[in-house]
Design a binder for this molecule. Structure first.
Ligand SMILES: [Fe+2]
Length: 475
């Protein structure tokens, strides 16, 4: 259990790593400011919320048990609801057990069981990373291919989203893309064996059968948290954080600890044709690490542009291990980088677009600007402190930036919501769940995306642990 000491001392960002062990429903939160009348949907987010299992604390932020948080908007009022996702991992945790290995938390069991877990579907199904819509169904996801379906109104868990195909997989991303023309969810999986492979696929709306777009054999798969999609291409950025699948099976280490940083390999940008699935080429550049792609598009010249949030190395993974009070930290340095590939000549160049400012959790006007040249990206950022303490709007064309911050406040991912009928790329609002550590509670912040000025905030009844991703669901 979290100690009494940590419960009383955390009046800074570390409060965001304390468990929230209650599910609540509030019809009307206190609101200050004025909400736009057109905002009538709901912000639904998933967050690791329970960090103690039995007498253990999970080892890493990425291993907290998943909770859904829903802020519903109606007639200028905001409702709030929270529910744990009723996954197999969650039920085990309620019995005080960690039966399935997580990202960095080992299940503590025999070698035989561990091997069985890796080469059979025994990984965690704790879907604490991201949410997506598949036709009329909503799923919560982690990096094992065991999405959990939920009801976005009641937050009830429906059950595992079962695929009706024979695509074999061990890991995937919780950052699928949406193919607007086909109305497909696009994602990749990696299958570990003596001849491992990446498989890129499309999942049509209303279907549970994946359409394989491309396969690529790989000897030592890279850890990839997301991937890129332009108008014509899919991009797997293979950072040199690599795993030997057979060592993974027998090492006895937690999942991510089997991956080895080998900067001498550089980063390989694997580019596939979205239409034919053909492997367009392998484009090599210097070693870097990344969780999140931001956008990708082709220029008229045919040049492929890939924007992503880059780290020099994967030490951020170590920084996010949890001790009794919070993450080890510090977060380190990041930058928004633009990689440009001449697909025919094979050359890769890059430039930094954020000018030395640290940013993460990027969002854009995905519905209209993904796969297109674009102007605005939104981030959570930090500036030398130990945790995210600001929201950042960046004009990626001219470098102009705006920031929102407030004393003792630690915001999460900024989600852009377009105002219906507005044409400008930043015509809408930004929604972010912010921890007010001094008040020991969180609030939903609403910013005007154009001016980046605060419009309103709605106070949650308690602190909400820091989460990763979510989405606005139109009513
Ligand atoms: Fe992510």
């Amino acid at each position: 259990m979290a100690t009494a000491l940590s419960q009383t001392q955390a009046t800074d960002h570390r409060l965001g790593f304390q468990s929230l062990d209650e599910e609540v429903a509030v019809d009307r939160l206190p609101v200050s400011g004025e909400l736009p009348p057109w905002l009538t949907g709901a912000l639904v987010r998933v967050t690791p919320a329970l960090f103690e299992i039995g007498d253990r604390r999970v080892s890493h932020w990425f291993d907290g048990l998943a909770m859904l948080n829903r802020f519903g908007f109606s007639d200028g009022t905001v409702s709030y609801k929270s529910r744990f996702l009723d996954s197999r991992s969650y039920r085990d945790a309620r019995e005080g057990q960690i039966r399935h290995g997580g990202f960095a938390t080992d299940p503590c069991r025999s070698l035989f069981k561990r091997v069985q877990a890796i080469f059979s579907p025994g990984f965690t199904d704790n879907p604490n990373v991201n949410l997506a819509r598949v036709g009329e169904r909503y799923i919560a996801m982690t990096e094992t291919p065991l999405p959990v379906e939920f009801d976005p109104e009641t937050l009830d868990t429906v059950g595992h989203f079962e695929f009706a195909d024979s695509v074999r997989s061990h890991v995937t991303t919780a950052h699928p893309h949406h193919d607007r023309e086909r109305d497909e969810l696009v994602n990749y999986v990696a299958h570990f064996s003596r001849t491992s492979e990446y498989v890129l696929y499309g999942l049509p709306a209303g279907s549970s059968t994946r359409r394989v777009i491309a396969r690529m054999p790989v000897r030592e798969p890279a850890y990839m948290h997301a991937f890129g999609m332009s108008g014509r291409h899919l991009i797997l950025a293979e950072y040199p954080l690599r795993v030997n699948p057979l060592k993974l099976a027998f090492s006895g280490k937690a999942f991510i600890e089997n991956y080895v940083w080998r900067p001498e390999l550089g980063t390989k940008l694997q580019v596939f044709d979205r239409e034919t699935g053909a492997h367009r080429g392998t484009y090599e550049t210097d070693a870097f690490f990344c969780f999140h792609h931001v956008n990708a598009f082709e220029r008229e010249s045919g040049e492929l542009v890939i924007d992503l949030v880059a780290y020099d190395d994967p030490s951020v993974i170590d920084a996010l291990y949890l001790d009794e009070h919070g993450p080890r930290g510090p977060l380190g340095r990041t930058e928004l980088r633009r990689y440009s590939i001449d697909l025919d000549a094979g050359s890769v160049s890059w430039e930094a677009l954020t000018g030395g400012h640290d940013v993460e959790l990027p969002r854009i006007d995905y519905g209209r600007r993904n796969t297109c040249d674009y102007e605005f990206a939104y981030f959570a950022g930090w500036g030398g402190g130990r945790w995210i303490d600001r929201l950042v709007k960046l004009n990626v064309r001219d470098g102009a930036r705006s920031e929102w911050s407030a004393p003792d406040c630690y915001p999460g991912e900024p989600i852009f919501v377009r105002e219906p009928g507005k044409d400008s790329e930043d015509g809408g609002v930004i929604l972010s769940v912010v921890l007010d550590a001094a008040a020991r509670r969180s609030f939903l912040l609403v910013l005007d995306a154009g001016s980046f000025e605060e419009l309103a905030r709605a106070e949650a009844p308690h602190h909400i642990p820091f989460g990763f991703h979510g989405d606005y669901m139109r009513s």
